[in-house]
Design a protein around this ligand. Structure first.
Ligand code: ZN
Ligand code: ZN
Length: 96
């Protein structure tokens, strides 16, 4: 996945343009807006698979989902931050 630096669209492969005869330069373009050579690699949300910016783990929607679920778990179990961390660490090691 790639993200266009101009229009912000995500796409799987850029469109390869025609090679310029005199320079041998071949532009690769955003399929949405046609901007050449202005895109960077993107990641996918680990939860829903939506494309997201490189270096992120989750998309904004899933971040909100995870946050509210975790808050619910923490408040139901009456755990503070350390308690949540220990409980999650235990769960990941034991159950996943
Ligand atoms: Zn674009
Ligand atoms: Zn997501």
């Amino acid at each position: 996945m790639y993200k266009c630096g101009r229009c912000g669209a995500y796409f799987s492969e850029p469109i390869i343009g025609e090679m310029e005869q005199d320079t041998g330069y071949t532009p690769s373009m955003c399929p949405e807006c046609g901007e050449p050579d202005d895109y960077e690699e993107a990641d996918n949300c680990v939860v829903c698979g939506e494309p997201i910016e490189m270096g992120e783990e989750l998309c904004d929607d899933c971040k909100e989902d995870v946050k509210s679920l975790m808050k619910k778990v923490a408040s139901e179990l009456g755990l503070d931050q350390d308690g949540m961390y220990n409980a999650l660490t235990w769960y990941i090691e034991e159950e996943l």
